[in-house]
Design a protein around this ligand. Structure first.
Ligand SMILES: [Zn+2]
Length: 122
């Protein structure tokens, strides 16, 4: 069961809303209780209307991250072929936030794109 801090979730939902109709992408960080508690936005990420990509060379190697998060401007939270490719190289937990960017419009996947169960913790 993946645990996501409510503060981190709200931060991600707000980012998704603010970037719409473009996508945002970031890295997820875990605290020592294995809860996702922080989102790291990378300075050279490309934000596109229908795509977003991480410049992997910009990821600081000293920073440990659990996975990634990005938004979709459509109501479809399923990972694309490109998403699956990037999931495989950016950790084991991947959040996709779909339009309209609420607590009910996002999904969590493993690096193969299979849905993971999660809970939001305070
Ligand atoms: Zn995507």
């Amino acid at each position: 069961m993946i645990k996501i801090k409510r503060t981190a979730l709200e931060f991600m939902l707000n980012l998704a809303r603010n970037m719409y109709p473009r996508e945002f992408i970031g890295l997820l960080r875990e605290n020592n209780k294995k809860e996702i508690y922080e989102v790291l936005l990378l300075p050279r990420s490309t934000y596109g209307r229908n795509f977003s990509s991480l410049d992997h060379y910009m990821a600081p190697y000293t920073v440990k991250y659990a996975g990634s998060v990005h938004s979709h401007p459509s109501p479809n939270p399923r990972p694309s072929a490109g998403d699956l490719l990037s999931f495989s190289s950016t950790g084991g937990v991947h959040i996709i936030i779909a339009y309209p960017f609420t607590e009910y419009s996002f999904a969590v996947y493993n690096k193969k794109g299979e849905p993971l169960e999660f809970e939001v913790v305070e």
